[in-house]
Ligand binder design. Structure first.
Ligand code: ZN
Length: 202
């Protein structure tokens, strides 16, 4: 499965000057929502990811997705794995499990994102699950921005990767774009202004 081609075909690989949720700037942005607007594509991607996870022999009770980005991927993956699907959401900046979702002590939870950039939101969702007694058995994402090593890539984990190194990380493909701090962004230096993806036409 050619994940990059799927993103390109879905107009989900954007080129411009973007301000990422981490505050860093990038020339490229992956808009997974555009890929996932086609339910058949979402299902195919989740099936491929589920296959990889099943092959690893990992035992999972529940998939938990950090809202909003992870919702569709998480639901599709839980469907493919035939397990429960819940989500964590940010309230006043802090990731929480709400909506009456319960987590049993020792429940085996996999965190699912659409994209893992630094993995910050995924780890925040993991913390919220652990606080309720759940055990984090894996992290999964449709795509990886190339800062974190996954089970099937040769990328060296970069300093800005926040994923815990002793939790298995599953992903379908790696996109390794440069990311710049705002004070050292060549696009800013050229006089263009970074826009927040999701606003205006993207
Ligand atoms: Zn910039």
């Amino acid at each position: 499965m050619n994940i990059k081609q799927i993103y390109i075909n879905s107009d989900a690989l954007l080129e411009g000057h973007f301000k990422l949720s981490s505050g860093n700037h990038s020339q490229f942005y992956l808009q997974s929502a555009k890929v996932l607007e086609n339910p058949k594509t979402a299902k195919a991607l989740a099936d491929a990811l589920a296959q990889q996870i099943k092959k690893s022999g990992l035992n999972i009770d529940t998939v938990c997705a950090p809202a909003l980005g992870g919702l569709i991927a998480g639901f599709a993956l839980a469907t493919a794995l035939d397990v429960r699907s819940i989500f964590a959401e940010r309230v006043d900046g802090e990731m929480n499990i709400r909506r009456g979702f319960e987590i049993k002590k020792g429940e085996r939870v996999l965190i699912c994102e659409d994209i893992i950039t630094t993995g910050g939101s995924a780890m925040e969702a993991a913390r919220a699950v652990k606080e309720l007694g759940g055990e984090i058995v894996g992290i999964a994402s449709l795509a990886n921005r190339g800062f974190c090593k996954s089970g099937n890539n040769n990328i060296k984990t970069k300093a800005n990767c926040k994923l815990s190194q002793n939790i298995p990380f599953f992903t379908l493909d790696d996109f390794t774009f440069e990311m710049y701090s705002p004070d050292d962004c060549p696009l800013c230096k050229n006089g263009s202004k970074a826009i927040k993806p999701g606003s205006r036409d993207n």
